[in-house]
Design a protein around this ligand. Structure first.
Ligand SMILES: N[C@@H](CCC(=O)N[C@@H](CS)C(=O)NCC(=O)O)C(=O)O
Length: 217
């Protein structure tokens, strides 16, 4: 069954891989499933046709036969359940990998998103200078805890899993701030994720997509 995902027609990051379609591309590359990408403009994202797929008018979405999904957590979980390669067979190890997938999205990503909002969307507000250090501290709190848990292991719980895929994807969003550099084992962890052939293919594909020439047709 063919798989189609949606992505920004032009990602605001210009192809640095931070838009969330990269997570889905990476998951599909890890499990060896081909996929198509349908570009969606910011305008079209809020139109009824896309809202029928994604109630919040965002990307990415995922279509496979008569299944339509939104939310990267739900999509990666689905891919990991349906295809081999992203979740261990052992039931307890599988449950722990799924817990890490949720932890990435529910516990680690929120302060990182808040930092992005404080800097990019609220950077010009009069209260930002006072608030920013507080937001940065909340990011540090989480990274410190994550760093302590990871220790000198390669991955969060045994072999690479969907939990690592999501955690690395989330940490990539905080890399430009410089805060990640305070945690060398997390820097190495992210680098291990980026070094995976599947990640490299996903990154190259989103870069090519975001730097393609406008169609003349
Ligand atoms: N929690 C959602 C977040 C989706 C999201 O924020 N998507 C961004 C792109 S990375 C988007 O569509 N932004 C445009 C908008 O919200 O209008 C997920 O993980 O899928």
């Amino acid at each position: 069954m063919s798989i189609t995902i949606t992505a920004f027609a032009r990602s605001p990051d210009g192809g640095r891989g931070l838009a969330r379609d990269t997570r889905i591309r990476w998951a599909l590359e890890e499990v060896g499933q081909p996929y198509e990408v349908r570009p969606v403009s910011f305008g079209a994202m809020k139109e009824p046709a896309h809202l029928a797929l994604h109630p919040f008018g965002q990307i990415p979405t995922y279509e496979e036969g008569d299944l339509a999904l939104f939310e990267t957590g739900g999509i990666v979980f689905h891919i990991a359940q349906r295809y081999a390669g992203l979740l261990p067979d052992d039931a307890n190890a599988r449950a722990r990998a799924i817990a890490w997938l949720f932890a990435a999205l529910n516990t680690v990503e929120p302060p990182i998103l808040e930092l992005g909002t404080a800097k990019l969307l609220e950077g010009d507000k009069p209260w930002t200078a006072a608030r920013l250090p507080l937001v940065e501290e909340r990011v540090r709190d989480r990274l410190k805890q994550l760093s302590a848990r990871l220790g000198d292991a390669d991955w969060l719980d045994g072999a690479f899993s969907a939990g690592d895929l999501m955690m690395v994807s989330v940490l990539l969003r905080v890399k430009p701030s410089g805060i990640l550099d305070e945690y060398p084992n997390l820097v190495a962890y992210v680098a291990r994720g980026e070094a995976r052939p599947a990640y490299k293919r996903a990154f190259a594909a989103q870069l090519a997509f975001n730097t393609r020439k406008p169609s003349t047709g």
